[in-house]
Design a binder for this molecule. Structure first.
Ligand code: DAH
Length: 348
């Protein structure tokens, strides 16, 4: 009588060699399939006498069970290995550094300049206010003592919006940030109305402004920062001290001079342009205009809802793009607004 244990050994070794579930199923067919080796042994039983059949059958069945057990064990081992590999592939290592985005974005140089301006004035006690870019005629012009026939109102300077306000005037894209003087001061005056005293108004309002103007030093969309300081005892001296401190902080140097050049604005009296001159560097020796300024006109103080007999102060309006051009030593401001990443990436 044949001993079937070598066959069982062989099957076990065969199953061990199967590296994948598919290999294993092929190996199984060689023993337990329709014409597999165990099946062939079983088929051979028919030719035996009844007694032999029983003992031989028991032997074959025992071998079959051992082979099935080995098959089962190998199936489980393969499934386990597969699961392990999958888990390893999907493993999340929280200590790995994050993926970087693109070539690295950054703040636009104009935004950098604006944030710098906000931080400097913030440190001097100025509030930072934001206002509408689509303005009414009253806020852009009338409240600022800008006469009806003033050229700034003309279509050559100001972009108008094809919508009229309640008073029948076309809305405009604000040509300067000065309307924010009125808006902010009105809100402040209202807040302290009826009280014995009012804290000084000290605010800057940076933002986008628009004018029909386009060349190397003018863009139809540009940026200004308005400044306003109104109280009971605020003078031009305060403006000079404060603006010099601002400019020195902005350009990170004390090697520069400030000059007030008499000028005209309807909303200030007296009015002055502020020029700066660097004592060294490539821009040395040239007066550079950076801001308009002046003592707030009594009529404007009135339009703010304040009493010109009691309240006095100064205002200024500086070009943020102009300051950025000087800080980054550029000769043309248009690259700021062309969106060319090769230019913008230099500021990151
Ligand atoms: N709004 C003026 C402009 O756009 C700039 C300006 C001048 C603002 C004098 C002021 C000021 O507040 O006092 O040209």
């Amino acid at each position: 009588m044949n001993d079937l244990s070598p066959l069982v050994q062989e099957a076990r070794a065969d199953f061990e060699r199967a590296g994948t579930p598919a290999d294993l199923e092929n190996a199984k067919a060689r023993y337990l399939g329709k014409s597999g080796r165990i099946t062939e042994h079983l088929k051979g039983l028919g030719a035996l006498a009844a007694d032999d059949k029983r003992s031989r059958g028991a032997l074959i069945n025992a071998a079959k069970q051992q082979i099935e057990a080995a098959l089962d064990a190998r199936r489980q081992a393969l499934a386990q290995a597969e699961l392990q590999a999958q888990l390893q592939g999907e493993a999340l290592d929280v200590s790995l550094p994050g993926r970087k985005r693109g070539s690295g974005g950054g703040l636009h140089p104009i935004s950098r300049a604006r944030e710098r301006i906000e931080a400097i004035f913030g440190s001097m006690g100025f509030d930072v206010a934001d206002g509408p870019e689509i303005e009414t005629d009253w806020y852009s012009f009338t409240a600022l003592n800008n006469p009806e026939n003033h050229p700034a109102r003309s279509m050559q300077d100001t972009f108008y919006v094809d919508v009229k306000d309640a008073s029948g005037h076309w809305l405009n894209l604000r040509p300067h940030t000065s309307p924010m003087q009125i808006r902010y001061a009105q809100a402040h005056a209202k807040k302290y109305a009826g009280q014995a005293s009012m804290p000084d108004i000290r605010v800057i309002a940076p933002g986008r402004t628009y004018r029909v103007d386009s060349d190397a030093t003018h863009s139809p969309m540009f940026h200004q920062v308005e400044g306003l300081w109104v109280g009971e005892n605020v003078s031009f001296k305060d403006l000079k001290v404060m603006y010099l401190a601002f400019i020195q902080a902005f350009f990170e140097t004390t090697e520069l001079k400030l000059r007030f050049r008499p000028s005209y604005f309807p909303f200030t009296e007296p009015s002055a342009e502020i020029d700066i001159m660097f004592d060294g560097g490539p821009l040395e020796g040239r007066w550079l205009e950076v801001s308009g300024s002046g003592q707030v006109h009594p009529q404007v103080i009135r339009n703010m809802g304040l009493d010109p007999q009691r309240h006095i102060g100064f205002a200024f309006g500086s070009g943020i793009d102009r300051l950025a051009v000087l800080r980054y030593r550029m000769s043309d401001l248009r690259p700021f607004f062309e969106g060319d990443l090769r230019f913008l990436a230099q500021f990151n």
